[in-house]
Design a protein around this ligand. Structure first.
Ligand code: GP9
Ligand code: MN
Length: 619
């Protein structure tokens, strides 16, 4: 064997092979983006350092265990990498500990597993085979390391680790403090160190509740009073007083679908028409702000006007906290509050969370009749879902607040061919191609719902709010998406793609408009309360009434990116919001808002991790 001539201990060879493989995966399979030479260098060095760190432990083992350790470590390491890769292909994100306990991720992954596993993945076992062969054939490669060389080998570990951290801090100052961007963490310290970091965070956030006290909430209260915009009522105050609220959360709907056409057919004829009507206010610059909790995050933001968590879903990790959620406030104002969603009640831990935040009733899967004909993919199709909901709605005490969560337009966007009234798109991404058919279907379902509401007589006494919950097409499909919208997708365009439909439809209203105000899910709660004429001055929210003249002027994303009235900031680049042009970093144009964004995200985390609302009197 060539290797033996070099007389390199096997753990060094294994570190090299495994590290190299990891680098190739980062670069070409995860496709992590590189902005400069320094980043490239770090990306190349950190896998080698990490691999060495783990494999070098073998020197402390008895010779006969050394080889076994190397073999199994290579397998376990590959498995961790590979699971992250499959997850990344679907979510453009890395696994966190809370995410492992979110059943739905597994469900999401299994339903689409064949698009997420690629043929070339087989190559990932190459290094394992080599390590295995070498470790079996050259038993003599197992050595009694002298005390001296054991210490030397370990010292190198620490040197590499320290070197890596120093480089990462130079490249990305405050990396560990502003750690909500997981991609940066992985790029700089590697996936294994990232997982160790994540585990540390898990312990730390668990401890945060225990050590929290009431001084923290008064600091946050002061911040909100000064910074998050006016709580004064706006001109729209009470416009929908005593009306029912029908809130429709439309699964995975993004703005690119609106006004789009496939082979001359409109994708969303009903919504296109609705948004232009005099009895509808459409916010064309409405952004979703969700993170790993997907739909549940969007529900959480809307109900609480707080940010979702940087790791996992709040619905899962903090369902028992004290909140002052929308349904609770509405209950105090004599509203009946309900949720309709034709899925398993425990999905996203909804049952527990809904109960805690005050919903009177949750109509889940078992409230609906599912047959072979009316269900596919994720379950009951949207048209049947709405139709079957009507009798329940009619039975409710008025006024009511009812939330509907649709399901059909969900990744992987499957629809039986005979139910499709629009062609598939034709691009390199099957996901994007298929999405138009399910979007069209859901558009028709919303129309069915409107008609049924009119027939039942509920329509006139209600306002209907439609909102897209989060993106449906991930960054993984940027190429096809870029071709479709006719733009190359850089950070700026990526942020603009996070716009989702948001329409407030008020039957009988005549001053409908298209608003270009920059707004987001965080603003929904104060906006709805204002429309309903409900004053809650003691409420603590990060959002502001969308109709207010005194707004704070930015929408923050969970990863620290933001859209402000003037700028869009993401991946450390500041763009002009109007023109999309990059602004010279020297100008520090985005810095003032960035500070506020970081502050708010931190405060929001403190509230949730510390369960701080238990120290505050909302009455
Ligand atoms: C499932 C539905 C979809 O109940 O909310 O969940 P998502 O994957 O979009 O979070
Ligand atoms: Mn969703």
């Amino acid at each position: 064997m060539q290797f033996n001539k070099l007389r390199l201990p096997l753990f060094v060879i294994a570190s090299f092979l495994f590290g190299l493989k990891t680098y190739f995966m980062y670069r070409f399979m995860f496709g992590l983006t590189i902005e400069n030479l320094m980043q490239e260098f770090i990306l190349f060095v950190n896998p080698l350092a990490s691999a060495y760190l783990v494999f070098a432990i073998s020197v402390w083992l008895k010779p006969k265990n050394q080889m076994r350790y190397l073999r199994w470590t290579a397998i376990a390491g590959t498995l961790i990498l590979y699971l992250n890769l499959v997850f990344y292909r679907n979510f453009t994100d890395f696994i966190t500990i809370p995410v492992l306990f979110q059943g739905n991720n597994a469900a999401d992954l299994t339903s689409s597993i064949f698009t997420l596993i690629h043929f070339e993945d087989v190559l990932l076992i190459l290094d394992i085979i080599i390590i295995w062969l070498l470790s079996v054939k050259s038993i003599h490669a197992a050595v009694h390391f002298s005390r001296h060389s054991k210490i030397a080998a370990t010292a190198v570990t620490f040197l590499l680790l320290a070197g890596n951290v120093v480089l990462a801090e130079i490249e990305r100052p405050m990396l560990f403090v502003r750690a909500f961007d997981r991609e940066y963490l992985v790029k700089n310290i590697g996936i294994y160190n990232y997982h160790i970091y994540d585990a540390t965070m898990q312990t730390k956030t668990k401890a945060q509740r225990v050590f929290a006290d009431d001084s923290e909430i008064s600091e946050i209260e002061t911040y909100m009073k000064e910074e998050t915009g006016s709580k004064e009522s706006s001109e729209m105050f009470g416009v929908a007083e005593d009306k029912n609220v029908i809130f429709v959360s439309i699964e995975s709907f993004q703005n690119y679908l609106l006004d789009s056409e496939i082979n001359g057919t409109e994708t969303t004829p009903f919504l296109n028409d609705l948004k232009e009507r005099n009895d509808t206010i459409w916010f064309e610059n409405f952004y979703h702000q969700t993170a790993q909790g997907k739909t549940s995050d969007s529900e959480f933001i809307v109900e609480n006007s707080l940010y979702p968590l940087d790791r996992g879903s709040v619905y899962f990790t903090h369902a028992q906290n004290e909140y002052n959620a929308l349904p609770e406030i509405l209950n105090q104002n004599e509203y009946e509050t309900t949720v309709f969603h034709a899925n398993n009640k425990s999905f996203w831990n909804r049952e527990v969370m809904y109960d805690n935040i005050g919903y009177d009733e949750f109509y889940g899967e078992e409230s609906f009749e599912e047959t072979e004909e009316n269900s596919f993919g994720w379950g009951l199709e949207d048209k049947d879902f709405f139709e079957q909901s009507i009798p329940y709605l009619e039975d409710q005490e008025q006024p009511f607040y009812s939330k509907f969560i649709t399901l059909t337009h969900h990744f992987p966007f499957e629809l039986p061919e005979e139910k499709a009234n629009i062609d598939k798109h034709d691009s390199g991404s099957q996901t994007l191609n298929d999405s138009f058919q399910t979007a069209r279907y859901t558009d028709e379902a919303v129309e069915v719902f409107f008609n049924e509401l009119k027939e039942s007589g509920l329509y006139e006494d209600s306002i209907i709010v439609l909102m897209g919950d989060h993106y449906g097409i991930s960054e993984f499909h940027n190429k096809a998406m870029g071709e479709f919208i006719g733009k190359e997708i850089n950070g700026y365009e990526h942020m603009q793609l996070q716009r989702v439909p948001f329409m407030i439809h008020i039957p009988g209203y005549e001053d409908g408009e298209n608003s270009d105000e920059v707004v987001g899910q965080i603003d929904v709660k104060p906006t709805l309360l204002n429309l309903l004429g409900i004053e809650d001055e003691k409420d603590l929210t990060f959002g502001t009434d969308m109709f207010s003249d005194d707004r704070k002027g930015f929408i923050a994303m969970r990863d620290g990116s933001f859209v402000s009235d003037d700028y869009i900031y993401t991946d450390s680049i500041c763009y002009d919001r109007e023109t999309g042009e990059e602004i010279d970093p020297e100008e520090e144009a985005c810095a003032p808002v960035r500070e506020k964004v970081d502050q708010e995200l931190q405060y929001s985390n403190d509230i949730i991790y510390g369960d701080l609302f238990r120290f505050y009197d909302f009455k």
